[in-house]
Ligand binder design. Structure first.
Ligand code: DGJ
Length: 369
């Protein structure tokens, strides 16, 4: 009798844990809701970057903590993995902040928007991120580099730098290139002088993105010149440095949150206006080459809340492997008062004529598209 009772309870337990496991197994995206990882804990990877490596997606993001202190890097860069984009396993902290006060990435610095790309030649995973040195607000405007042998890390911090030190952009007129950006011939936009001002130290690098083209060349895209203009810069073959070749794009358009993707040989761009943590209307653009010329296509969002990008700001646009012309808009709904509670807004990208469009869905899946 007692034996039968034990078997019965074991059966009940097995049944209920299967039900539990099924409940945890997601098959749709619910933008704006709390997204749990496979252990039932809220995913903590803000300003994320994504990498597909050997059939597994890796999600890198800012590990945030509670309250306003969570806007500063207290822990480091998180990493999650998934094979289906719905269910994410916590792989831990891929790049921890340092306890050493003299390190650029010491605890309390600002470390934002980490992005990781894989270099097939060196077989290294290369992470770049926006870095602001501790205690200096957003004036440092640097980009940081770290390298790992495995997608989950640990990443080894290499260095931080301004963007493209010592080089002028290729799309700048010679007459604008005075020593230290001297004004010549009288009339120049203010921003031209910023290139000269920052020439030796390197250009300002705030909100950033990485993009790897079909030919394996990688690019670093960042908000520069006091956020007024984006810089698109080529990386060296090993992806750990700048070659010095770069262009200014969207001059004086004050864009943040750059995200890029390529479809049918065209380069598409999405970004935001500059309004701190508050959402604003997104911008989009298309170009025949990564170097431009970029043609603006306006706000890609449609429907209620389109002028606030559904209360989010772009962080990445992911091409879905094995599904032709399928891309996911990935954005952050920031919560600067309680940074850890920022939410993820992922929505399908639709194509209409020569532009792309994003519409709200409470719940959606790749198969329903
Ligand atoms: C907007 C940027 O996109 C974020 O990454 C962050 O830097 C905030 N500004 C800070 O206000």
């Amino acid at each position: 009798m007692r034996y039968r009772h034990t078997i019965f309870s074991a059966l009940l337990l097995a049944l209920s844990s299967t039900a539990y496991a099924q409940r945890l197994s997601e098959s749709s995206f619910r933008p704006g809701e709390v997204w749990n990882d496979t252990q039932g804990k809220a995913i903590n990877a803000h300003g994320g970057g994504f990498l597909l490596y050997k059939g597994t997606y890796y999600w890198y993001g800012e590990h945030k903590t509670e309250g306003e202190a969570g806007n500063y890097a207290q822990v480091g860069v998180s990493c999650y993995s998934s094979r289906d984009l719905y269910n994410w396993k916590n792989e831990g902290i891929a790049l921890p902040v340092s306890k050493d006060e003299s390190s650029d990435i010491t605890k309390g610095c600002i470390l934002e928007r980490p992005k990781v790309i894989y270099n097939a030649k060196t077989r290294k995973f290369v992470m770049w991120f926006h870095l602001e040195l501790k205690g200096k607000g957003y004036v440092s405007a640097r980009t940081g580099i770290a390298v790992a042998d495995k997608p989950t890390g640990p990443f080894r911090y290499i260095r931080s730098t301004r963007s493209t030190p010592g080089s002028y952009p290729v799309n700048m007129l010679d007459l604008h290139k005075g020593p230290h950006g001297e004004f010549k011939n009288g009339v120049h936009p203010d921003s031209v002088n910023l290139i000269g001002r920052d020439l030796e130290e390197g250009q300002m690098a705030r909100d950033m993105q990485l993009f790897v083209d079909d030919d394996g060349k990688a690019y670093h895209i960042c908000a520069s010149e006091e956020n007024s203009t984006l810089h698109i810069a080529e990386l060296t073959e090993d992806y750990t440095d700048f070659t010095g070749k770069y262009v200014r794009a969207f001059v004086n358009r004050y864009m943040e949150a750059p995200a890029l993707f390529k479809k049918d040989g065209l380069y598409y761009f999405m970004g935001s206006d500059c309004t701190g943590w508050n959402p604003n209307a997104a911008r989009s653009a298309v170009a025949p080459s990564i170097w431009g010329p970029w043609r603006e296509l306006g706000n890609p969002c449609e429907g209620d809340d389109k002028d606030l990008t559904f209360q989010s700001q772009s962080t990445y646009i992911l091409p879905v492997s094995g599904k032709k012309n399928t891309f996911i808009y990935m954005g952050d709904r920031w919560n600067p008062k309680n940074a850890i509670d920022g939410r993820y807004i992922w929505l399908p990208i639709e194509f209409e004529g020569d532009r792309f469009v994003i519409r709200w869905h409470d719940k959606w899946s790749l198969d329903s598209k």
